[in-house]
Design a protein around this ligand. Structure first.
Ligand code: FAD
Length: 437
């Protein structure tokens, strides 16, 4: 907000306002709420869970877990909504968790309510509100209009560092050499297909190629690789999923680019359903049933914080006195050429993660923007280099980062200091507790 501009009406005063209710934001709010703070959590979507809910990410990358993540899994297991995927060569133990996305969203909501967190869905956190050079609230926009929420600490968990960027926090985006960013993804659900009568994959691919060549299907401009001319379908008992189209060069902070890419993908999915109905045996009754509620963004702004966790830190298993989040996922960068991308060979996975039995730690300083005070950042937009972001962006790690940020906010308020004045060593002791990787 520009200097001298009048603030909108105040609609609330909180100890902590968390912007974005994804894995990081939900955990931050739960942690601060459990420490007795008055917390508001705002998200522009209609469910909590971030990409879990809006894109349907149901696999939680192999990680050491953490107190809030372990509790989430325990609650999901109790309702039959989580099972372990083991693959000892590829995943560090215990493995990856496959979880119901709606169930995860609902369980997170339950944990938020139990922690006394107030929630505002369908609410955009617009920008930081500064007073005396420090963040002292956020302006929000929703159906009730535009208003100001005052806060002693604001935690930016928007995944795009929207609030930090509005507060003047320096940030970087993309590859330092050429600005390229990780592929984003799109998928669509198709039902009514008689999977038993579908042609074998290679034949179906050839039909797709012919439909593209004849102009019946117009692939989105941003799509590349094999997806550009033959569309991968995953078959699940009568339902087809147009599996994860990879899109390059989409800047998630540019609404025009994102809108155009989404529109092209959605129209191509419609054409594919017509093609299935007209040209493909078994596809005569195909129906387009589902789009994700948000784009599948992997990479966006990364703040410049008081420490930047690097590729070398990940690979060497670096430990820090203020290391508040342990992690061991590999450098999973879905990078357009000349970068690396899926499918990652086993050897690549094994060479691009800490040694077996080891882990790296993310320092508290990565959650602290260089400026201004009063602000914390958690989730995939913390201070890290690009390769490290490929590792730490997985859901369990974002949950742990949120836990650390929420705890830090609560303790800073208790001590009447700004978050950057907090003792990171004591914070590490508190968030880790008896828990060990
Ligand atoms: C295609 C794809 C596949 C993936 N696969 C896996 C996988 O298999 N395993 C795994 O562990 N991870 C996976 N990930 C990564 C993981 O989903 C994300 O990195 C993780 O969800 C990031 O958590 P977050 O809390 O930082 O952000 P998000 O999950 O993106 O949540 C951010 C939240 O902030 C809200 N928000 C944003 N801006 C605003 C605003 N201005 N005001 C209000 N609300 C706002 C959004 O609505 C959202 O709810 C995948 C990601 C993608 C895109």
């Amino acid at each position: 907000m520009a200097a001298g501009e009048l603030p909108p009406p105040v609609c609330g005063e909180y100890d902590v306002v968390v912007c974005g209710a994804g894995p990081a934001g939900a955990a931050a709010a739960i942690a601060a709420g459990r420490l007795g703070r008055r917390v508001l959590l705002a998200d522009m979507q209609s469910q909590v869970g971030g990409l879990i809910a809006s894109y349907g990410i149901g696999t939680f990358g192999d990680s050491p877990g953490g107190p809030i993540f372990d509790e989430l899994i325990e609650r999901l297991q109790a309702i039959g909504a989580a099972h372990l995927l083991e693959n000892p060569e590829r995943y560090y133990p215990p493995g990856r968790w496959r979880c119901g996305t709606a169930a995860t969203s609902a369980v997170l909501l339950e944990m938020l309510r139990e922690a006394g967190v107030e929630l505002l869905l369908m609410t955009v956190a617009e920008s930081a509100w500064l007073a005396d050079g420090a963040v002292a609230g956020v302006t929000i926009v929703n159906k009730a209009g535009r208003s100001l929420v005052r806060a002693r600490v604001v935690i930016d968990c928007t995944a795009d560092a929207d609030i930090a960027a509005s507060a003047g926090t320096p940030f970087v985006q993309g590859d330092p050499e050429d600005g390229r960013i990780q592929q984003s993804a799109f998928r669509a659900g198709i039902e009514g297909v008689d999977a038993g009568r579908l042609p074998p994959p290679q034949e179906l691919e050839a039909l797709c190629r012919a439909a593209v060549a004849s102009g019946q299907i117009t692939p989105p401009d941003a799509i590349f690789g094999i997806h550009a001319e033959c569309f991968p379908f995953s078959r699940q008992s009568g339902a087809l999923e147009l599996g994860a189209w990879e899109l390059r060069g989409i800047d998630p902070t540019d609404p025009c680019q994102t809108t155009e890419a989404l529109a092209q993908c959605q129209l191509a999915a419609l054409q594919i359903v017509r093609f299935l109905r007209e040209r493909v045996p078994g596809g005569e009754s195909a129906r387009l049933t589902r789009f994700p509620a948000a784009p599948g963004t992997r990479e966006s702004r990364r703040i410049v914080g008081r420490y930047t966790v690097t590729r070398e830190d990940v690979l060497s298993g670096a430990k820090f006195d203020d290391g508040v989040t342990p992690a061991w996922f590999f450098l999973d960068l879905h990078d357009p050429p000349p970068g690396t991308s899926t499918p990652f060979a086993l050897e690549f996975v094994q060479q691009n993660r800490p040694r077996p039995g080891d882990w790296y730690e993310i320092p508290y300083r990565c959650l602290l923007p260089i400026e201004p005070p009063g602000l914390l950042v958690a989730g995939r937009c913390i201070s890290c280099d690009r390769p490290a972001q490929g590792s730490l962006r997985v859901i369990p790690t974002c949950i742990f980062l949120g836990h650390a940020a929420g705890t830090a906010a609560a303790r800073a308020i208790e001590a009447d200091v700004h978050p950057h004045e907090l003792d990171g060593v004591a914070l590490k002791r508190e968030v880790m507790g008896d828990w060990r990787p």
